[in-house]
Design a protein around this ligand. Structure first.
Ligand code: FAD
Length: 310
């Protein structure tokens, strides 16, 4: 069995693996796609000490750093089920889609999350070419330009307020007949001079030319009228979905499906820790996931040294 088995090989999982391996304990990582979300990222400009890099380069560096240690990397392996220890101090099982079950004294869950897509023509085509999902990451790329935010919940309204301070103009599009964000955020949004809000508005297309976004088409759901907004960027803010479907019924999840962790990265199950975007950690960012992964590995090590000697 492993001392530490990490499920997920994004920034959180890679950091956990390096920290665990440096303790000289038996460490494994099972990941569906090593690197995680950063594989789908173009420019990364907010990983501290790295002025600028890109996603594939960053993912390769994560893997190289992990491979520099004695870590079993099981890439292209999807975990289907977590099997909690049957007795205190017992082994935790992780069942893979290929049928095998891995056993470990401790497990770190770091399966990340994915942005919900609006699924309209142009979204996939112009991803990273004007279509963005993370205002903290990509907001500055649109400095002085016009953007739209799709989604009027807390994350959409927060994004619109954030972006309004950087870009020239923000058009917020909400499908429902009113914004669902907290009143304090809605009031703040309405006080901003360079924001326009359209409710009851259904996005129908993200348009572009020459490989770049140039507009957003929406339908007024009350009148059926179609409108075209000229702009350079679209931020889709209709939800971040944690990759935790496989954990339902075992580890405790929040109402959003995030693994509930304490300040040490512990879950409700003894010996099971979690880190990064799949957890309740606030703000989903690479630098936060990496810090979180190292924290979970140190917590797992702390758990191991306290296990009774048998
Ligand atoms: P992830 O990166 O999501 O990694 C999850 C890992 O778990 C992957 O290896 C995945 O294959 C694996 N996995 C999932 N389910 C299973 C399963 N059942 N079994 C086994 N393995 C599984 N953040 C920034 O800080 N700066 C940026 O510029 C930035 N830009 C971004 C741009 C885009 C387009 C996107 C999508 C995200 C961006 N982010 C950025 C966010 C950042 O990528 C995430 O916060 C970060 O990758 C989270 O790391 P993680 O390790 O928690 O999860």
């Amino acid at each position: 069995p492993y001392d530490v088995l990490i499920v997920g090989g994004g920034p959180a999982g890679a950091a956990a693996a390096v920290y665990a391996a440096r303790k000289g304990i038996r460490t494994g990582v099972a990941a569906e796609r090593f690197g995680g979300q950063v594989n789908d990222t173009l420019a990364i400009e907010n990983y501290i000490s790295v002025l600028e890099t890109d996603g594939p380069k960053f993912a390769a560096a994560l893997e190289a750093h992990t491979r520099a240690y004695d870590v079993d990397i099981m890439n292209l392996q999807r975990a289907d089920k977590l099997i909690p220890a049957s007795e205190p101090g017992g082994l935790v099982g992780v069942q893979l889609a290929n049928g095998a079950t891995l056993q470990s004294k401790t497990v770190i869950l770091s399966t990340g999350a994915r942005w919900r897509n609006v699924n309209v023509p142009g979204e996939a085509e112009y991803k990273n070419k004007g279509v963005a999902y993370c205002p903290h990451c990509d907001g500055p790329l649109f400095k002085g330009k016009r953007v739209s935010v799709i989604g009027g919940g807390n994350s959409g309204v927060e994004a619109a307020i954030d972006l309004a301070g950087i870009v020239a103009h923000v058009t917020l599009i909400e499908f429902a007949d009113q914004l669902k964000a907290d009143a304090v955020l809605v009031n703040k949004l309405k006080s901003l001079p360079n924001v326009v809000v359209h409710t009851n508005a259904q996005t129908t297309e993200i348009t572009g030319a020459d490989g770049k976004v140039n507009g957003l088409r929406y339908k007024d759901r009350a009148t059926g009228e179609e409108h075209l907004v000229a702009l350079e960027g679209v931020f889709v803010q209709i939800g971040l979905v944690p990759n935790t479907e496989w954990l339902k019924g075992t580890v405790e999840l929040s109402k959003f499906g995030e693994v509930i962790v304490d300040a040490h990265g512990r879950t409700n199950l003894p010996g099971v820790f979690a880190a990064g975007d799949c957890t309740t950690v606030p703000f989903k960012q690479i630098v936060i996931a990496a810090g979180d992964g190292s924290k979970a590995a140190l917590s797992a090590f702390d758990h191991l040294i306290r296990m009774p000697v048998v």
